[in-house]
Design a protein around this ligand. Structure first.
Ligand SMILES: C[S@@+](CC[C@H](N)C(=O)[O-])C[C@H]1O[C@@H](n2cnc3c(N)ncnc32)[C@H](O)[C@@H]1O
Length: 321
């Protein structure tokens, strides 16, 4: 990877590739049962143990967060080092994909299939004439906007805290280079991190968050989604696409991020008051990479499907024979 050399099991490896080399990671990430320090099988995933990239074991997420961001100065450092890591990375597809530029095509293909379903089920506007608007969070160089979002949305805003990434996005997405700017255009380029961002009320049909939420602490995750909800139009949704740990969590001490398990995410969604509308697993990535999942999240609870009662049990007067 650009800006670092291979010095240990994790240094220099990508955010995608964290599963091998360390025996401790293997025990967590392979299908072998995970050994918990206590006798009890944890009830919820945040109580499940996890590891960091130095092989340190944590009993649960609370213990890990106390260690990582226990006081204000540690939390400031967590975010400073997270952004600092990406500031040292080349502004290219290979750079933002941690040396795995070759997964770009499969990533976009599966995202497109997922997005098409969401658009047809939730966002078909008929002839309302309202423009479709998306926000690309942690956009990096605008890879997802350029290859996907700008083809489906009339306007796309990008949010990215690393200025040389955002500048590259601005150049790539300059009016007329990709698409007809009267119909599809990148509009706003926000150079801020997610934890400091509040969207304009009711602007977005889709808020796309891919491979960046791991930089947020649990509390900032919850407050980000709570603030971002107001940015959704009625019927709008979040799409979160992320690496998934097999159990508990894995902390990367180099880029200051956390990879959470599916259960961990679901607990956070419930803290945010969000509902999982649909999920899909990414297919076709090299086997050594983390599993990747897409979640479509809504603020409205899924409608309960009431099964029609059969005629025989209909609640209506019957003739007594
Ligand atoms: C793995 S790259 C993914 C970029 C882009 N989403 C993509 O898939 O091409 C992670 C991105 O998250 C950004 N990032 C790091 N910390 C962040 C934060 N606190 N808020 C938002 N984005 C952050 C990085 O600068 C980087 O662009």
């Amino acid at each position: 990877m650009v800006g670092s050399t291979l010095q240990g099991p994790f240094l220099g490896q990508s955010f995608l590739l964290k599963e091998h080399n360390s025996p401790l990671f293997l025990s967590l990430q392979t299908r072998k049962p995970v050994r918990f320090p206590s006798q009890q099988i944890p009830r919820v995933s945040m109580e499940t143990g996890g590891l960091d990239s130095n092989g340190r074991e944590f009993k649960n997420a609370d213990e890990m967060w106390r260690e990582q961001i226990g006081d204000t100065s540690k939390k400031t450092e967590w975010y400073r080092q997270g952004v600092g890591y990406w500031e040292g990375v080349e502004a290219s597809v290979d750079g933002v994909l941690g040396g795995f530029g070759n997964v770009n095509e499969a990533d976009i293909r599966d995202s497109e299939a997922f997005l098409k379903i969401l658009l047809s089920e939730r966002l078909a506007r008929g002839n309302s004439g309202q423009p479709l608007v998306a926000l690309d969070c942690g956009s990096g160089i605008g890879r997802i906007t350029k290859n996907l979002l700008i083809r489906y949305f009339n306007e796309v805003d990008l949010l990215e805290p690393v200025s040389h990434f955002l500048e590259t996005a601005r150049e790539t997405l300059a009016p007329g280079i990709q698409t007809d700017p009267d119909i599809h255009k990148a509009v706003n380029f926000y150079c801020v991190p997610l934890q400091d961002f509040t969207p304009d009320t009711g602007r977005y049909d889709v808020i796309w968050i891919q491979w960046c939420i791991g930089h947020l602490t649990d509390d900032d995750f919850v407050s980000f989604f709570n603030r971002a909800k107001v940015g959704l139009k009625p019927g709008g949704l979040f799409v979160l696409k992320e690496n998934i740990a097999r159990s508990g969590f894995v902390v990367d001490n180099e880029d200051r991020s956390i990879t959470r398990s599916d259960l961990y995410f679901k607990e956070l969604f419930s803290r945010c008051g969000l509902h999982v509308y649909k999920t899909k697993d990414q297919k076709g990535f090299p086997g050594e990479l983390f599993a990747v999942k897409m979640y479509a999240l809504t603020t409205d609870a899924p409608k309960k499907v009431h099964r029609k009662r059969s005629k025989g049990h209909a609640n209506r007067p019957g003739i007594i024979r």
